[in-house]
Structures are given as structure tokens and as C-alpha cells.
Ligand binder design. Structure first.
Ligand code: PFF
Length: 453
């Protein structure tokens, strides 16, 4: 088991608590917050969804995140090494957890590339071309070369930061990008709220609508929280292993959660009222699912005064959010390769770039030359997303709860947290990890397999 000196010197680590919080928040704040949260909130009862989400964030999300960060910091290892260090019998779980960012990183960068394409259109004054009934989006993703170019640029941007290392790359970039992201989102949030009719949309977004509340609201909120906080994919274990022993885990987790939830809430504040105004108060316009960002929103920007600038700012915001998340996904894989094979960071990065590029090409081709090919009726990208988020992540989280709750026991995590402070939510934590979280994970697993939300 490593000690502070080892974690900080041989592996490199975050130089400050703020750096750690912003990097972890950068991982958490991503496409999930800006695009997925608003449409789920709009679909599942507005304020009711927000309320349920908040309750889950401070209970279930809190317990899972604190567990992962403590595991990382205590073992000082990457995902595979961390599970092995806790209990050798759980080593396969480490491999399963490690496979998740391997699956997600490539397609996340493909979507990052789509965002860059839209950003380029708006920045060069061509934002108008993206409006319409989805022709622009379909033409772009089905074209043979352009999506590959933008995908490659997005991976390259991610890789440059990871190559620079934890302190000089990830920490430095997060310290700049995260405050910028917050400012951008507040700025365009205020702007959209001044649009005529926006207040009705705002009311629709925050007012609890009991008639829309059902078990699906609860399941959707739980699944979203899990996705949004980058849980069960080894990221928080990796970032935890770079955290200083002197910093408080409990307070940091609270702050990361607050950051993540504020960004998700503000994104809804931008998207829900503006789509509401654009569609003349028709709630169904918000139900566009994944198309919301690439088809509905460009039409909204097209119809607003100053839409060209608002669109550019919006897609810049999404690009930055996606970038800090893909950095964390890549770092998780790079750290595993460095540790397992004793390779240098640069070499590991090159390996990760190579296989992510090849895997990402499968997702790109799934919309172009292989568009007829589907797996269980899903396009290739959707299939990767489904397997990782709906199957692998709940399994990893469930088995991690069992490992911590019943095998190594919650003391393992509690001792790490109590290294520098009293663990204020210890009682809540124990109940969550041993009983509530495993039940929640089984519910997520079953619902995502059998009920289509
Ligand atoms: N938490 C980030 C987001 O909300 O976008 C990052 C992320 C989540 C990446 C889920 C990948 C993923 F499957």
C-alpha cells in the first residue's frame, strides 16, 4: 500500500485541493449535464425530477463517490491495482471497471468531434447552415471523411493534456477551463432568460408536476446521477490516487457534487426555456432525446436575436465540458497501462490514442459506410453506450458496494476519510453502501435491461 510520498512523487499527483476538485468536477461535468440532464428533467416531471435527483445526489451519489475516491487514495493505485490490493478475489472486477473507459473514450471523442464541428460552424458565422429538420446533422455524420477529422482533432486535444501529466496538464487545464465554463453557462443562462416567453419555460422546468411523477422519474434520476458523476468507471479511483493525503475527502466530494449539480441545473435553465419559447410552449419539442442538441437547439439559435453568438458560446461550453471529461477517461486508461506494463506516460498515451482511434472509427462508420449494420437494433455507437452505461457500470458499482460493505468492510473507506477529519456522514454512509446502493444498482440494472425509459 502506498503512502503519501509515494503517491505524490513517483506517480505525480494534484498539487492543490482546488486542483483536485476542479479536475474531478471537470470529469463529472460533461455531455451528461448539458444535454442529458435537461431533457430528462423536462420529460420526467420538471421540478419533481430535480427534487428526486437532489435527494439521490446527497445520499446515493455521495456514498459511491466518496468510496471511489477513498479507494484510490488509500491504495495509491490505478483501477486494476486498486481492486487487487483490496482483495485478490476481486481482481476481475478491477479488469471489468478498467474496460469501461476503454469502451467509452472512443465514442465520447466521436461525439466530442460532432460538437467541434458545430462550434466551427457557429464561430465562422455559418451557424444558420446547421438549422433545419436534421439534414445538416445527418449529412455530416454520414459523410466519409469530415467526422473522422473532427474526431481525430478531439482525441488529439485530449491527448495533449494527458501527455503533459497530472499537475502540468490535467490540473492546470482544469483550473482554467472550469471557471471559464461556469462563467459561460451563467452568461448564456441570463441571456436566454431575458427572451420573451422564457419565464413560462422556466416555470415548466422548476415547478413540480405531480402528474408526470412515476417510478420512471426515480429510475431516470438515479441513472442520470450515476452517469453524471462519472461513477463506476475507475475515474474517481484514478483521481483519488493522485489526491494529497492532507486534503479532506468528504468536503471535496460535497464540492464536486455541488459543482456538477449547478452546471446541470443551469444547462436546463438554458435549454428548457429556450426550446419552450421556440416551440411555442410545446413540451414535446424537449423530448427529442439525443437530437435535442444537434437538431433542435440549432433551430432555436437560428430563431433568436444574437443566436449566432449564443450558439457559438453554447457549443464552446459543451466542447470544454466534453474535453475535461474525455481527459479523465483517457487518464484512467493511461494510468493503468503505465502501472501494469511499467511504461512511460508518453508511450502509454500513444498506445491509448491508437486503439481509441481504431475503436472510434467503428462508431463513426456506424453512421456512414456501415449504417445498415446494427447490433441488437442499435447503431455501433449506441451499442457501446448501452453496454457500458446500462450493463457494465451498474455491475461494477453493485460489486464494489458488496466488496466495501461486506468483504473489506466500510472501515476501509472510513479510516481513509478520518485521516484528517471527523467523518460527519458516517452513519448515512454505512447504510447507503451496505443496503441502499446495492438495491439501487439492481434496480438500475433491471430497469435498463427490461424497461425502456
Ligand atoms: N460525467 C461525464 C458526463 O456527464 O458527461 C462523463 C461521462 C459520463 C463520460 C458517462 C462517459 C459516460 F459514459
Amino acid at each position: 500500500m502506498s503512502n503519501t510520498t509515494q503517491t505524490e512523487t513517483s506517480k505525480g499527483g494534484f498539487g492543490s485541493r482546488l486542483g483536485f476538485i476542479l479536475a474531478a468536477a471537470g470529469s463529472a461535468v460533461g455531455l451528461g449535464n448539458i444535454w442529458r440532464f435537461p431533457y430528462l428533467a423536462a420529460k420526467y416531471g420538471g421540478g419533481m425530477f430535480l427534487l428526486v435527483y437532489l435527494i439521490f445526489a446527497v445520499t446515493f451519489g455521495f456514498a459511491l463517490m466518496i468510496t471511489e475516491i477513498a479507494i484510490g487514495r488509500k491504495t495509491g493505485k490505478s483501477v486494476i491495482g486498486a481492486y487487487f490490493a483490496m482483495d485478490k478475489r476481486f481482481a476481475p472486477l478491477g479488469w471489468l471497471a478498467a474496460a469501461i473507459p476503454v469502451v467509452i473514450l472512443p465514442y465520447y471523442c466521436v461525439i466530442g468531434g460532432w460538437v467541434l464541428k458545430y462550434l466551427t460552424e457557429f464561430v465562422t458565422g455559418n451557424g444558420k447552415s446547421t438549422a433545419g429538420g436534421g439534414e445538416f446533422f445527418n449529412d455530416f455524420i454520414s459523410s466519409p471523411v469530415a467526422p473522422i477529422v473532427f474526431f481525430a482533432v478531439f482525441i488529439a486535444l485530449t491527448a495533449v493534456v494527458v501527455m503533459l501529466g497530472v499537475q502540468k496538464g490535467i490540473e492546470k487545464v482544469s483550473k482554467i477551463l472550469m471557471p471559464v465554463l461556469l462563467l459561460l453557462i451563467i452568461g448564456i443562462g441570463i441571456y436566454t432568460l431575458t427572451l420573451p416567453g422564457a419565464i413560462d419555460g422556466l416555470i415548466y422546468y422548476v415547478k413540480p408536476d405531480l402528474s408526470e411523477f412515476s417510478i420512471k422519474t426515480v429510475i431516470a434520476a438515479m441513472g442520470q446521477l450515476f452517469y453524471s458523476m462519472s461513477l463506476a468507471m475507475g475515474i474517481m479511483i484514478t483521481y483519488g490516487s493522485y489526491m494529497r493525503k492532507t486534503d479532506s475527502i468528504e468536503t471535496s466530494v460535497r464540492q464536486i457534487e455541488i459543482f456538477d449539480t449547478i452546471v446541470a441545473f443551469l444547462s436546463g435553465l438554458i435549454i428548457v426555456p429556450s426550446v419552450f419559447v421556440f416551440s411555442g410552449g410545446n413540451k414535446d419539442a424537449l423530448n427529442a432525446g439525443p437530437k435535442l442538441m444537434f437538431v433542435t437547439l440549432p433551430n432555436v439559435f437560428e430563431s433568436m436575436t444574437g443566436g449566432q453568438i449564443a450558439g457559438a458560446v453554447f457549443f464552446l461550453l459543451v466542447a470544454l465540458a466534453a474535453l475535461t471529461s474525455s481527459i479523465s477517461l483517457m487518464e484512467t486508461v493511461v494510468s493503468i497501462i503505465c502501472e501494469r506494463f511499467g511504461l512511460k506516460r508518453l508511450t502509454s498515451c500513444l498506445i491509448v490514442i491508437a486503439f481509441s482511434f481504431v475503436l472510434g472509427l467503428l462508431s463513426v462508420f456506424g453512421y456512414s459506410i456501415w449504417s445498415d449494420f446494427t447490433i441488437f437494433k442499435m447503431q455501433i455507437l449506441d451499442f457501446f453506450d448501452f453496454v457500458s452505461n446500462n450493463i457494465m457500470m451498474p455491475i461494477v458499482a453493485l460489486l464494489t458496494c458488496i466488496l466495501i460493505g461486506f468483504v473489506v468492510k466500510t472501515r476501509f473507506v472510513e479510516n481513509e476519510i478520518e485521516l484528517n477529519e471527523k467523518f460527519r456522514s458516517k452513519g448515512l454512509y454505512r447504510v447507503m453502501i451496505k443496503y441502499i446502493c446495492p438495491v439501487c444498482m439492481v434496480v438500475i440494472l433491471i430497469s435498463s435491461l427490461f424497461i425502456s425509459l
